[in-house]
Design a protein around this ligand. Structure first.
Ligand code: GNR
Ligand code: NI
Length: 177
């Protein structure tokens, strides 16, 4: 089920699932072809990400179990990037960065990731795209690919921290219900 909250033009802002929703744990399916439906999904995900605002979004966060992510780390929304079936081909080094997640609102914790990655994916046009990147973009892409495998940044934290975050999220949910 996709909950459409608002529409601007022909694009839609989608509902973002919150931890500990079990749908966030599903392993997303590869996309066989970048069809019109997939392009629509990409556009809606970009609009949802910009609206949040966030620097990335993965399809499972909007309850779509497909291997699609979008990212844009620019301040002026000038570099939208859509990756379909992204695969990390190479990784080098480690870096620690404070991470947040639209599915775990209000929580920011340091996570260790590869510093540099080479990623292969299909772009919005269905063409093979190879990206070599580091810094925030590399961290963001790794965070999003984790979502496709049912993994959240809180999984890298201690059990105690994760339990506290989970309680906080469940309390938040009760308050907004
Ligand atoms: O908006 C987001 N910010 C962010 C900050 C540090 C590392 C990763 C991210 S991704 C996050 C949006 C999101 O939840 N994507 O899945
Ligand atoms: Ni996230």
């Amino acid at each position: 089920m996709r909950y459409i909250l608002g529409e601007t033009g022909h694009m839609s802002i989608l509902h973002v699932l919150h931890y500990p929703d079990p749908q966030l744990r599903i392993i997303a399916e590869p996309v066989p072809e970048v069809s019109r439906d997939i392009r629509t999904l990409i556009d809606d995900m970009l609009e949802t990400m910009y609206d949040a605002p966030g620097v990335g979004l993965a399809a499972p966060q909007v309850d779509v179990a497909k291997r699609v992510i979008v990212v844009d780390i620019t301040e002026d929304k000038s570099k939208p990037l859509a990756l379909v079936n992204p695969e990390i081909m190479r990784r080098q080094g480690t870096v620690q960065m404070e991470e947040g997640c639209l599915s775990v609102p209000g929580i920011y914790e340091p996570v260790e990731r590869a510093e540099w990655i080479k990623v292969r994916a299909l772009d919005r046009g269905g063409h093979v795209l190879d990206i070599e990147t580091d810094g925030v973009l590399a961290v963001c892409i790794q965070h999003e690919i984790d979502h496709l495998d049912g993994k959240l940044f809180v999984d890298y934290l201690s059990e105690l921290k994760r339990a506290r975050i989970r309680k906080k999220m469940e309390k938040l949910r009760r308050q907004t219900m």
